[in-house]
Design a protein around this ligand. Structure first.
Ligand SMILES: Cc1cc2nc3c(=O)[nH]c(=O)nc-3n(C[C@H](O)[C@H](O)[C@H](O)COP(=O)(O)OP(=O)(O)OC[C@H]3O[C@@H](n4cnc5c(N)ncnc54)[C@H](O)[C@@H]3O)c2cc1C
Length: 585
């Protein structure tokens, strides 16, 4: 008995000692990434009363959503208003048919709750749903837009998140590894990209919401599906920080991965002449154009559903194609993905770089584009005849029963040719999670303290082999909330609408003291020098202010005495900064 008591006493001492020496947690929850999944997780955990620390390598939040469009949502008031009858049954059947091997359980969960978990919840932050587009993968129109891009969704989310007293954001903070002890995750190791300083941050729960890996082209090729030929030229079409770092973080602590070869590769990438790395492309389309391969021949209906069209481009040898159109067709040319396209010069840099070729005759166009002249002329002639006859016998794009108003002849000079290449876009595989968004190992056992949400999980296999329109943003919100509830010890029961928390007078933000010191006075800045300095941690500042210079914008269009030309630290400054986003995005 005495021995037992000694042992007990010793154990108690050891426990007490270890709790004294163990550093205090910095938050209840650490969220890595402030994209739409990370924001959803943080808001959800915050509403459950957790203190949340969000870390992002970028100097601004929002992630890919600032470039993205719409949400696939099921049975919403907007659908009802427009007279579209939708239901979880119809939506599940659509997703399973399009994706071919989508995860039926996750599909079911998503389609049954997207109305409440995504539509209603986001509406509660002030998101206003504007219109719905009809797309081939959805038998009922359900591709919802918040009056423009998804920037109009993440900005209201950030506005709310910044005002919550128990949510804290740290920018320019890259997570380099997870703190893993006794088989569980207890925090993260970070590097401040601006100062280079390294450190540790602790929390009993960590949510990885770092997005996909589609901007690491070597990573994309490594995981390439063996059943699809690899294109010789492949461009990046995802965001600057989509490097897959979260997959590595999870793997290093034993997390498993799934569906890694399932990636959305578009066939429609136009090399971005303003990209200093020469590896990035802009998504380009023109419904008036015909598509020809290197032999100068059409190879598919230009209006084929995206999954068939993209696959057909990858099957060409070499994997590339040209859009061919005429003076009338120029009006329907759409190029997206870069802020500079909105500059007054518009597409002039693309013409100057020879990426949009123009000629007075088809022969000259073919010579300039490096296409066989006779073949191109014959293809255009055959196309014009088909349009006149009202039937595309070669590829079935239109016929008398199903006319295509966008199909028009190519005959009025000048003629145009644009060569496009395969480009990466979205990841449909990633870290393996269980039904509560816990990261699991290869045997399906949870890694204690570790959760994941959003594109880093390949949105849980909801897409299967083929990505659909709107089936990343919606599922990222859904999974983010799920992870936020799971770390709060919550059940799957859902709180509808954001829980109001009184905004603090000034927001507690963790800012490096060095730049806190200079934060409230406007330093006299020589912008061109700052832009070209290529300082680590200033990527977004540099790309954004290059646009400021190109458009000759006045500093006071965004900066004011309340938010001078300095980082935004107070709540008032952060709100002013959020007002500036839509100038460019
Ligand atoms: C151009 C474009 C258009 C799209 N259009 C649509 C659309 O219309 N509909 C749709 O449903 N989907 C669309 N998508 C896909 C969709 O936008 C993304 O799947 C979704 O936004 C992913 O959100 P996320 O929060 O998971 O990741 P992300 O938005 O990628 O956010 C991840 C965040 O983590 C940060 N981060 C990464 N690594 C680290 C690290 N180690 N340490 C700290 N921070 C880190 C990043 O800086 C980033 O802010 C589009 C994608 C692109 C590229």
């Amino acid at each position: 008995m005495a021995m037992f008591r000694t042992l007990l006493c010793w154990l108690t001492c050891a426990l007490l000692l270890s709790s004294c020496t163990r550093p205090l947690p910095d938050a209840d929850v650490i969220v890595i990434g402030s994209g739409i999944a990370g924001l959803s997780a943080a808001l959800e955990a915050g509403a459950a009363g957790q203190s949340v620390l969000v870390l992002d390598a970028n100097s601004v939040g929002g992630g890919h959503a600032v470039k993205a469009g719409g949400f696939a949502l099921v049975g919403t008031p907007l659908q009802e208003k427009k007279g579209f009858t939708d239901s979880p049954e119809i939506a599940a059947a659509d997703l399973l048919a399009w994706g071919e091997d989508a995860d039926p359980v996750w599909v079911r969960r998503y389609v049954e709750s997207s109305r409440t978990e995504v539509y209603d919840w986001l509406t509660g932050f002030g998101v206003r749903w504007g219109f719905i587009l009809d797309t081939p993968e959805h038998s009922v129109p359900r591709f919802h837009f918040a009056s423009g891009s998804a920037l109009n969704v993440v900005v209201p989310m950030m506005r709310t998140a910044f005002s919550r007293a128990n949510l804290d954001f740290r920018w320019n903070t890259e997570v380099t590894s997870l703190i893993n002890r006794n088989g569980g995750v207890h925090g993260v190791r970070v590097r401040d990209l601006r100062t280079g300083r390294e450190g540790e941050l602790r929390a009993p729960a960590v949510i990885i919401a770092t997005g996909g890996w589609q901007s690491d082209l070597a990573f994309v090729r490594r995981e390439w599906s063996p059943s699809v030929p690899q294109p010789p030229r492949l461009y990046g079409g995802a965001g600057h920080f989509a490097t897959g770092s979260g997959i590595r973080l999870g793997q290093e602590v034993g997390g498993g991965t799934t569906r890694m070869d399932q990636q959305v590769i578009f066939g429609s990438g136009l090399p971005d002449p303003q990209d200093p790395t020469g590896t990035r492309a802009l998504q380009t389309e023109n419904p008036s154009a015909i598509w020809v391969n290197a032999s100068g021949r059409r190879f598919i209906s230009e209006q084929a559903p995206s999954k068939l069209a993209d696959a057909a481009v990858l099957q060409q040898s070499p994997a590339t194609h040209w859009l061919i159109f005429d003076a009338d067709g120029l009006r329907t040319l759409r190029i997206r993905d870069a802020v500079w396209l909105g500059n007054p010069a518009g597409i002039a840099p693309l013409k100057a770089a020879g990426l949009i070729r123009q000629a007075d005759s088809l022969t000259a166009l073919a010579t300039g584009a490096g296409l066989p002249e006779m073949a191109l002329e014959a293809t255009v002639q055959r196309w014009n005849d088909a349009v006149a006859a009202g039937s595309d016998a070669d590829f079935g794009r239109f016929n008398s029963a199903a006319p295509d108003p966008t199909a028009r002849t190519v005959r009025r000079s000048p003629f145009y040719a644009i060569q496009l290449f395969p480009m990466t876009r979205k990841s449909m595989g990633g870290l393996a999670i269980d039904s509560s968004a816990r990261v699991v190992d290869a045997a399906g056992r949870p890694v204690r303290g570790l959760y994941a949400a959003g594109e880093v999980t390949g949105v849980a296999g909801i897409n299967g082999r083929y990505g659909g329109e709107g089936t990343f943003l919606g599922p990222s919100v859904f999974l983010g909330r799920l992870a936020g509830r799971a770390v709060s010890g919550g059940s799957d029961a859902l709180r509808i609408g954001p829980k109001p928390v009184a905004p603090p007078a000034t927001l507690k933000v963790s800012v490096d003291p060095e730049y806190r010191a200079g934060a409230l006075t406007a330093p006299p800045v020589a912008l061109p020098e700052l832009i070209n300095a290529q300082r680590p941690g200033y990527w977004h500042f540099e790309v954004a202010h290059r646009i400021v210079v190109e458009r000759a914008l006045d500093c006071t269009a965004c900066h004011t005495p309340v938010w001078p030309t300095s980082p935004a630290n107070s709540l008032a400054q952060r709100e002013l900064q959020l007002n500036a986003c839509s100038t460019c995005h």
